[in-house]
Design a protein around this ligand. Structure first.
Ligand SMILES: [Zn+2]
Ligand SMILES: [Zn+2]
Length: 270
């Protein structure tokens, strides 16, 4: 007599399973195994679990957050990123750029400074969420215009030393690191120096922003003949980026390009 214990829980062998159902079950199981093997990921924005192979979600964000982080494709000035209220307008120069073109050669940004993109940038800037820097930089790096940049140097918009000590890091430098890596060109963290402390630009109108920032930068290294990409987290009127670019050009830079993750509308500012 066979005295081996019987596993009563293992009922699968005791029931008749139609062949079609079994093959469907096996296919589902194989898919589950494949997903586990591919590795589930946690969304950088909402911490939800997602699978990288789900269409359109990319490497870092779940499908919902990826949808909320759509880049701006139309309805802006290609020279300075000024946002138009009609988002479907084909890119066209704004009145300011037609009147006086900006000092940079090319301008690249990812999206509008609102909703989830704004929240992530604020978390990077004020809540020490430094792991977001390469993730946000990747949004910019994946822009088609990024591949056509002619630059040999990357530099961040610097912070004044006092603010750098308060915050502990410069969010623009953290964004510039992966940008320089993607372009395979050197990063110069101190190419520009902030030599004068200024009031936060967010508290000022357009003309005061320009006055506030004037004369606040100096070159910390030789820039003669360099084709430079300046990186910052966000831009509103462009007063800071303009002053930085003019400083580099006055010191002999061959060209300056500007890249920011987000663009805030400036038309409402006087
Ligand atoms: Zn998410
Ligand atoms: Zn413009």
């Amino acid at each position: 007599m066979d005295m081996r214990p019987v596993n009563k829980n293992n009922v699968m062998f005791n029931i008749q399973v139609p062949l079609a159902s079994l093959s469907a079950f096996m296919a589902t199981a194989a898919a589950a195994v494949r997903r586990t093997a591919a590795g589930e990921k946690r969304c950088f924005a909402c911490s939800g679990v997602f699978y990288p192979e789900d269409a359109g979600c990319g490497k870092y964000f779940c499908p919902d957050c990826a949808q909320a982080l759509q880049g701006r494709e139309m309805g802006f000035c290609p020279s300075c990123g000024e946002l138009y209220s009609w988002a479907l307008l084909p890119p066209a120069p704004c009145p300011r750029c037609l009147h006086k073109p900006p000092p940079w050669q090319r301008f690249i940004f990812y999206g509008t400074h609102e909703n989830l993109l704004r929240e992530l940038l604020l978390a990077l800037k004020f809540r020490e969420q430094l792991h977001l820097a390469p993730v946000l930089a990747a949004l910019l790096i994946n822009r088609p215009a990024f591949a056509n940049l002619n630059v040999d140097t990357v530099a961040p918009i610097p912070l004044h030393r006092r603010r750098l000590c308060q915050r502990g890091y410069n969010q623009a430098l953290e964004l510039a690191r992966p940008v320089a890596r993607a372009l395979n060109v050197p990063l110069f963290p101190d190419l520009l120096l902030r030599v004068r402390e200024t009031s936060p630009q967010t508290e000022l109108g357009r003309s005061l922003r320009r006055q506030n920032i004037k004369g606040s930068f100096a070159c910390g290294a030789a820039v003669t003949g360099r084709h430079i990409l300046l990186v910052d987290d966000t831009m509103t009127t462009g007063a800071t980026m303009t002053e930085a670019a003019l400083t580099l050009l006055a010191s002999g830079a061959a060209s300056v390009n500007a890249a920011v993750i987000s663009r805030a509308p400036a038309l409402s500012l006087l």
